[in-house]
Design a protein around this ligand. Structure first.
Ligand code: ATP
Ligand code: MG
Ligand code: FE
Length: 344
């Protein structure tokens, strides 16, 4: 079946066409630049941008894929989690297509889509995979027994997401928004062992209850304090070393906990998705530690890690193939959709 996927949970309007695990075309329009001047995403601005971009993006995807709307067998759309206004724009477009074409509609989970998109690149998942989804809004560890029907949330961040922590450290250092990629770039020039920043939720007392949870806000505060103390003492800030030591802490915690989870659950394939998987420190450490642990590491190319329509079409395709019942036309969008809810 040919599935048209629509993504609009945050600041990217994405539309893609997928058949099986084959991506026909993936069109993305981003309003990120409009948000840069505010230093963060303004939901109302994002909603208006989705409204303007939705129909042109659908038309572009169909045109580039050389597909006629009547050939589409099913529509998949992000039902959550995300910003309610932006989600509603995508859901409305998807409902209109579903009614107009008389084709089934599937409201799917954005975070699971971040993992599922890997199937378009690296092929169908084996029986059981571990998925680490890291982005500006999420840092979650998911045990995926069947991406269409059976996902268990092992843990998530208790406070900031990894990308969010990078952005906040970027702001502390006066770097442009979003700070993540800038901190990454500077970190590559610094010494990761220069400063020993804390590793959140890795103390022995956290080992059981928070074995699979993350926390990055204490780390961000530690970086702020360190910079403050230096500044108060009239000393210069070694920006590259701060970035490298901070990035080292995030990558260390993410990879150590994820690999421990793989061992604990006897999983030998790890998928990393979400916009933060662009991070070089995470990629390097994950590659090294997975190789040592005999775990196959799957990370899709960066353009499929940030928000896009392909991830939603991929999950829609998996769900259709699994024979999951379609959503009703009143699919509720849910800003805090639980990570174990694959379809609504
Ligand atoms: P979500 O997908 O959870 O709704 P989002 O749309 O904000 O959130 P993405 O677009 O997937 O998230 O990822 C963007 C985040 O990743 C930002 O916080 C950004 O700073 C961060 N990021 C992107 N590239 C890098 C990098 N190379 N190093 C560190 N952080 C990065
Ligand atoms: Mg984004
Ligand atoms: Fe996302």
């Amino acid at each position: 079946p040919l599935v048209l996927g629509i993504e609009s949970s945050c600041d990217e309007t994405g539309v893609a066409l997928v058949r099986g695990n084959d991506l026909l075309f993936d069109a993305v329009a981003s309003s990120m630049e409009e948000h840069a001047r505010f230093g963060g995403i303004i939901p109302e601005v994002a909603s208006r941008a989705h409204l303007e971009a939705m129909i042109p993006t659908i038309e572009r995807a169909l045109g580039e894929a050389d597909v006629d709307l009547t050939e589409v067998d099913a529509i998949a759309v992000t039902a959550g989690p995300g910003l309610v206004g932006p989600l509603t724009i995508g859901a409305s477009a998807a409902k209109a297509l579903s009614i107009g074409l008389n084709k089934p509609l599937y409201g799917v989970n954005h975070v699971i889509g971040h993992a599922c998109v890997d199937q378009l690149v690296d092929g169908e998942f084996p029986d059981r995979v571990m998925a680490l989804v890291v982005s500006g809004g999420h840092s979650s560890l998911l045990l995926v027994d069947d991406v269409a029907t059976d996902v268990t949330e092992l843990g998530s961040t208790l406070d900031d997401a990894a990308g969010e922590a990078f952005d906040k450290v970027g702001r502390l250092l006066g770097l442009p928004y979003p700070g993540g990629p800038h901190v990454d770039r500077l970190a590559r020039e610094g010494d990761p062992t220069a400063i020993r920043f804390p590793r959140g939720l890795t103390a022995p007392k956290d080992q059981e209850r928070h074995a699979h949870n993350f926390s990055f806000s204490g780390l961000k505060t530690a970086v702020a304090r360190w910079i403050e103390a230096r500044t108060d003492a009239g000393q210069a800030i070694p920006v590259e070393d701060v970035c490298a030591s901070f990035a080292e802490s995030v990558a260390d915690v993410l990879t150590a906990k994820t690999i421990a989870a793989c061992r604990r659950h006897d999983v030998d394939t790890l998928v990393i998705g979400g916009g933060f998987s662009a991070n070089s420190q995470l990629r390097e450490m994950a590659a090294k530690r997975c190789a040592e642990a005999g775990i196959e590491l799957r990370i899709p190319p960066i353009r499929y890690c940030t928000d896009n329509g392909a991830m939603i079409a991929a999950l829609g395709s998996a769900v259709v193939r699994a024979g999951v019942a379609p959503s009703t036309l009143d699919i509720p969008v849910d800003s805090s959709m639980p990570l174990e809810t694959i379809t609504v």
